[in-house]
Design a protein around this ligand. Sequence first.
Ligand code: SF4
Length: 309
Amino acid sequence: MATTLSPAQHEVLDLLRAADRERPEVAPELRDGLRARLDRELGAIAAGLAEPLFAGKAAIGRVLACEAHHLDEQATPFEWSLPTARGTVAHKAIQLSVARADRPAPLVLVDDALERLAGDPGERIADFLLALSSADRAELRSDVNGIVATFLELWPPLERSWQPQTESPRRAELCGGMVVLSGRVDLTLGAPRGNRAGRVVVDLKTGGRHAGHLDDLRFYALLDTLRVGVPPFSAVGYYLDSGTFTAEEMTESVLEAAVRRTVAAVTKLVELKLGLRSPSRTANAACRWCRLRPDCSAAVVDDPLAQEL
Ligand code: SF4
């Protein structure tokens, strides 16, 4: 296969294989140690909860960036739009592409994805897709087609022996089930062997790069470690619009950073939920679209793009 790949596909393949890097072996007690530590550090605050608190990457990222913005987002019902639908449909189309052996054209995958999402009453996006005007549907098809075509052009075909999995759910229940960390990994390749790392987790992003994406990848790596006991050896953020990526080796010190960040965020989420703290305001990249901005004295006033990577 390698001789038929384009240079861009080779680049992705080299990144995924990382053949020159030894896969680290971790102590068998790593998972239990991480879990015990999270239980210990969150136990006291979680004891005040009357119902489980669910924390995913979005809430964790938001509350650490600006508590007031997080509370406002949480209180506002989510509304679908063409930009938000774009990512969901693109992820579904790519999921279908990974599972199919016949390499259909991108637009075929997009139409399959639209049909499946619209036809599944369990999908939150279904009603939005069913109500689209023909012009909006055409715009969405066209946008997603571009994303999927880029993915198929830049990524090598994923061989079955790489054990590709898409949209894999991850969930960790802590503090007797009162704190639930969860996420859905876009794509994983490989698997650990015994205590030796062997998996790559991939987060596919639409839109531009943001410093928080690296933290999202670390959070996924932590969830994977809490599930299987061995961290991924690498976490990759792939930017579908630009065909570029970031990658980080998942060492124990990176996991340590993920644990500290998770504890800090969950502590804030619980304290805000229980009314134990007043929400602080911190200027960040989200000021650009924050509904509180007109009356917010803390809002960022300079070019927020400067805060992006
Ligand atoms: S405008 Fe910025 S600082 Fe103010 S609440 Fe919104 S995100 Fe926070």
